[in-house]
Design a protein around this ligand. Structure first.
Ligand code: C2E
Ligand code: CA
Ligand code: CA
Ligand code: CA
Length: 394
């Protein structure tokens, strides 16, 4: 049959309201919640009151993505302030979701699973939990969890930036630092970007995430500049950011707000984000550059875009992907690629940075080949900016 879902909704602070303001306030709260849920549902959906402070939603003909969007809207609608007995409250609810047919084929089983999901949610950080059972395979459902938690992470400031220096191969000094985002997850510890960026990129969350990273990086830069370090800062941005109209203006506005210099900010964009059909991205690059903000082409050599497609664009830096750097001492092909990229980039007036430099021998080879800057575990892993050595790394 068609996909569908059963969702249990449980209010988080109902008992508190009942106990402190009395039953009439509790009843009024349930009425408000029922009204808001009903208003948010579609004609074919069903809202049921299960007793206590629990509701059930039956959502026919809905896949995981549709369910997620609907629940996002419902939880946003619920969150609007309600005044009970003169006391303003925000309504928070937990959702337990079971998807048909992945999690069960009859109502009873789906309800049991939705209940299990909600029970887990109550003890965790997230307000939307999908019961994915033993399978856990359903990609979409895990995605729902990360997406819901990430929204909280942004609101609760659980993201952190680590910085990895780029070292000038001639002087041996730190030339600039790259911001790399991590998620300090309350249960799972420090998570690398691979654990949450895909979900952020698929949903709209990459926009607030990039905005958060830019703000934090510029604030940190203002701080280290005031302590005598003149490092420029690199921030990674996604294709989706570049496609958003007004992005260049937005970034320039932030630079002005933090009182830093546009020439000291570099945005790293992957080669594929600048592919020939990405017209709007290319426009944004030109716009950023005209405002003095530099563009770096990340992971160069891994896409199939090629230097020729970047020819018309104002590129400040080309970063050679670490797959070529890692085996440059052993592989004649990698040597040829690295030399070609350096020649082309220099011919176009761009700086070249090699990423993934792990040994002094590789750094030496790169320096002799004319590479400008290097980045990698040889110098430093990504660390909080205060842990970056101030002068000369050898
Ligand atoms: P990237 O921009 O290519 O960043 C380099 C990645 O290689 C980082 O992984 C870094 O920790 C790792 N690395 C650095 N030096 C070495 C080395 O010597 N050897 C090896 N084996 N690895 C090295 P990380 O921090 O896990 O980031 C992964 C990717 O996530 C980044 O790749 C970037 O594409 C993306 N990313 C990170 N932060 C952000 C962000 O704030 N916004 C966006 N849109 N993407 C981000
Ligand atoms: Ca409750
Ligand atoms: Ca990068
Ligand atoms: Ca890279």
């Amino acid at each position: 049959g068609e996909p569908g879902a059963i969702v249990l909704v449980d209010l988080d602070r109902f008992k508190e309201v009942n106990d402190t303001l009395g039953h009439h306030a509790g009843d009024e709260l349930l009425g408000v919640v029922a009204g808001r849920l009903r208003d948010g549902l579609r004609p074919a959906d069903t809202l049921a009151r299960l007793g206590g402070d629990e509701f059930a939603l039956i959502l026919p003909r809905s896949d995981a993505g549709t369910v997620r969007r609907l629940l996002d809207e419902l939880s946003a609608a619920l969150a609007h302030e309600v005044v009970l007995d003169g006391v303003p409250l925000s309504i928070e609810a937990s959702f337990g979701v079971a998807l048909y047919p992945e999690h069960g084929r009859d109502v009873e089983e789906l309800l049991r699973r939705a209940d299990a999901a909600m029970y887990h949610g109550k003890r965790g950080a997230s307000d939307i939990v999908v019961y994915a059972g033993e399978e856990m395979a359903a990609h979409s459902t895990q995605w729902l969890v990360v997406q819901a938690e990430l929204r909280h992470a942004l609101a609760r400031d659980e993201l952190v930036l680590h910085y990895q220096p780029k070292v000038d191969l001639r002087s041996g000094e730190v030339a600039s630092v790259e911001a790399l985002v991590r998620w300090q997850h309350p249960q799972r510890g420090l998570l690398p970007p691979s654990e949450f960026l895909p979900a952020a990129e698929q949903s709209g969350l990459i926009e607030p995430l990039t905005a958060w990273v830019l703000r934090r990086a510029l604030a940190d830069q203002a701080h280290w500049t005031s302590t005598g370090r003149c490092w420029s800062v690199s921030v990674n941005v996604s294709a989706r950011n570049l496609e958003k109209p007004g992005f260049a203006e937005f970034v320039a506005g932030l630079v002005a707000e933090y009182g830093t210099s546009p020439g000291q900010l570099l945005l790293e964009v992957t080669e594929t984000a600048l592919a020939a059909d990405a017209r709007r991205a290319a426009q944004t690059v030109v716009d950023l550059s005209s405002r003095g903000i530099g563009i770096s082409v990340d992971d160069f050599g891994t896409g199939f875009t090629g230097m020729s497609q970047l020819l018309g664009l104002p590129i400040a830096e080309v970063k050679i992907d670490r797959t070529f750097v890692a085996d440059v001492l052993d592989s004649p092909q990698s040597q040829a690629i690295v030399r070609a990229v350096i020649a082309l980039a220099h011919g176009l007036g761009s700086r070249v940075t090699a990423e993934g430099v792990e040994t002094a021998d590789v750094a030496y080879w790169l320096r002799r080949a004319g590479c400008d800057e290097a980045q990698g575990y040889l110098y430093s892993r990504p660390v909080p900016w205060l842990e970056i050595p101030m002068y000369e790394i050898t």
